[in-house]
Design a protein around this ligand. Structure first.
Ligand SMILES: Nc1nc2c(c(=O)[nH]1)N[C@H]1C(S)=C(S)[C@@H](COP(=O)(O)O)O[C@H]1N2
Ligand SMILES: [Mo]
Length: 359
């Protein structure tokens, strides 16, 4: 098979929303299991697939500038984390007025088992100096960014994907951030950031820089198109805020929207996740009036992955029924009814409403 054939088959099961740069939603089945099969994991890329020279350079405010290969990364202690990644733009199409940006429905979310070195171990090799504030992560992908650029100093002819994290978080082993080189037990595929990428648990997935090429410790806070231009909540009535942790959200995975179900007891199932620690409660409503019934919530199978919930629906009569599911997280955040509108359409965690018919 050629490289192009490989790419085409890796993409065949996804719902493409943009051919170039390639962006695709997961099909609904991607949310059913604990782990999303790689070929069903959504893809979000701002630029064409890059080539990568196989080296990760680490510099800036460090005592020992370092260059690592894939073999060097593999020689560091190996860590595995199942991580739910959600694009901050997931659900944008449900916002009104419709924001500009990639037209994501509700399936820019997936969970994979990632394997790699801890970012804290990688940084320790280079020894960040005491003056370090932020850590900048550069992808190998770049290209024109006409019409979209927000920051005035952006080179719209040749922009590179760059994001940053606070040094304190990047260097913290407990943050469990990976420089990942495997996804679901295989080497990373091109669309997911081969040969290695960042995976930042709990953050909206924009933080998880693919095709990672350079890491620099900075002594000033980082600004850049993908940090302070885009991925900013531009609230209509309060100061702008950076997109960071995933908002609490529940999804109904069974039944599928619009399904026709037989009469009799039916177990409604779904997933729930939050970037603010575990989900502590999921409730289901069978009317539009807000009568909420507790669902059975499974404990997390890991600290950074979605949880299963289920609800025994015993008395569904013939006809159409609405189903809603609402999650609450450990920090007390509850999903809103109305998406929190912001100009670029990020962080829509509104309560999902679907209907099914019973015959
Ligand atoms: N280098 C690079 N990293 C990137 C991006 C990108 O465009 N370039 N997109 C980010 C965004 S917005 C998301 S949602 C995730 C998607 O990861 P996935 O394609 O593996 O699902 O990658 C992030 N990392
Ligand atoms: Mo994203």
């Amino acid at each position: 098979m050629t490289v192009a054939d490989d790419l085409e088959s890796a993409r065949a099961a996804l719902e493409m929303i943009n051919p170039a740069p390639y962006n695709a939603e997961a099909p609904p089945e991607a949310l059913v299991g604990d782990i999303t099969p790689t070929e069903l994991h959504y893809v979000r890329s701002n630029f064409p697939l890059p080539t990568h020279n196989g080296t990760l350079e680490i510099g800036g405010a460090v005592d020992r500038p370092t260059a690592l290969t894939l073999d060097d990364l593999r020689a560091l202690p190996v860590h595995h984390e199942a991580v739910t990644l959600e694009c901050a733009g997931n659900g944008r199409l449900d916002m009104r007025p419709l924001p500009t940006g990639e037209p994501w429905g509700d399936y820019a979310v997936s969970t994979a088992r990632w394997t790699g070195a801890r970012l804290s171990d990688v940084l320790a090799l280079a020894r960040p100096t005491a003056e370090g504030v932020d850590v900048r992560f550069e992808g190998a992908d770049r290209g024109p960014y006409h019409l979209q650029a927000i920051l005035p100093d952006t080179d719209q002819d040749d922009l590179t994907f760059v994001r940053a994290l606070p040094l304190a978080e990047a260097a913290d082993p407990a943050a469990a951030i990976l420089v990942a080189y495997e996804m679901n037990g295989e080497p990373l595929r091109p669309d997911h950031g081969a040969p290695f990428r960042l995976v930042v648990p709990h953050w909206y997935a924009v933080a998880s820089v693919k095709w990672l090429k350079r890491i620099d410790v900075l002594t000033e806070p980082f600004t850049g198109e993908f940090q302070t231009g885009h991925y900013i909540y531009q609230w209509p009535d309060r100061p702008h805020e950076a997109v960071s942790l995933m908002r609490v959200r529940a999804r109904i995975t069974d039944p599928f929207p619009g399904a026709t179900l037989p009469l009799g007891p039916y177990t409604v199932r779904g997933k729930a996740w939050s970037g603010n620690g575990p989900v502590t409660q999921v409730e289901v409503s069978l009317t539009g009036e807000g009568e909420w019934h507790p669902a059975q919530l499974e404990p997390p199978k890991g600290p950074f992955q979605w949880q299963d919930w289920s609800f025994s629906w015993v008395d569904g009569q013939v006809g159409r029924h609405t189903l809603r599911a609402r999650a609450t997280d450990a920090a007390g955040n509850v999903q809103p009814d109305v998406p929190p509108w912001n100009r670029l359409g990020y962080g829509n965690n509104a309560i999902e409403v679907l209907y099914v018919d019973r015959h």
